[in-house]
Design a protein around this ligand. Structure first.
Ligand SMILES: [Fe+2]
Ligand SMILES: [Fe+2]
Length: 260
């Protein structure tokens, strides 16, 4: 990521995003705030939501109060955990809100699309092998293989579209002065990307259920265990990835077109 010498960061940031960069304001969490707002202000808070099973990417538009109600959690206890996470926050966590549009596209390409490109072939091999070897004893592995195969195909074409078509268009917006018509033209494509994020999230939740929350049985071999560990990491990485696109990148592009 290069230094921002163009001044585009301030020019293109949504007013709400600019407010999030104010660290004093960002530290205040209320139960009326949405999950997306809370994580956008400090990405390290995503760990608390991961631990509590609260979806902060596709389900990020819900308020903290609604999310607590849906999970049967006491809001005061959740607020306390978020405050504790703030106190020990990871300064190394990259803050997507502080990035320019080109920087954010580069970051997502390298940290998330690169991860998927490396990880999917490995998981593809393991889902095939474990289903073939242990499918008789644990028939859910056959469905794990089917769900994974469909997810792999969808995500491969999704990230290719982002890398080859969408991100170059967003980078041009971020360095070309902000053409409103060009930003508006992206709206339909971004809505399609969001609906594919929903489908990926549903597939990963299905895998979580089929694998008993990624818990291998006592008799599982090492490949079996490595597969479940890999699927858990995949779900975590995808949640962070989707949060950065749905809740930070796409809203900034839409706001430039006057659509958000
Ligand atoms: Fe992506
Ligand atoms: Fe995406």
């Amino acid at each position: 990521m290069g230094a921002d010498t163009t001044g585009t960061r301030d020019r293109h940031r949504r007013p709400a995003d600019a407010g999030m960069a104010n660290r004093a304001g960002a530290s205040t969490i209320t139960i009326e705030k949405t999950i997306a707002e809370i994580v956008r202000a400090r990405p390290a808070r995503s760990r608390v939501f991961e631990e509590l099973g609260i979806d902060y990417c596709c389900g990020g538009k819900r308020s903290l109060a609604e999310a607590c109600r849906a999970r049967g959690l006491a809001p005061a206890a959740v607020l306390a955990r978020l405050s504790a996470a703030d106190a020990a926050r990871d300064e190394l966590a990259p803050d997507p809100v502080a990035m320019t549009l080109p920087e954010l596209c580069d970051h997502i390409r390298d940290a998330h699309h690169g991860y998927l490109r490396d990880e999917f072939p490995r998981l593809d091999f393991m889902t095939r092998k474990v289903a073939a070897t242990h499918g008789d004893r644990e028939p859910r592995l056959l469905e794990v293989r089917r769900v994974f195969e469909a997810l792999y195909a969808m995500i491969a074409s999704h990230t290719r579209e982002e890398d080859e078509r969408i991100f170059p268009a967003i980078r041009a917006l971020g360095s070309g002065g902000g053409d409103r018509a060009a930003a508006r033209a992206l709206a339909v494509t971004l809505a399609k990307m969001e609906s594919e994020h929903d489908a990926a999230s549903a597939a990963l939740e299905r895998l979580e259920t089929l694998t008993d929350h990624h818990t291998p049985p006592d008799w599982a071999c090492n490949t079996f265990r490595a597969l479940y560990d890999g699927l858990a990491r995949l779900q975590k990485n995808m949640r962070l990835h989707t949060h950065k696109e749905n809740n930070v990148l796409f809203p900034r592009v839409l706001s430039m077109g006057g659509a958000a």
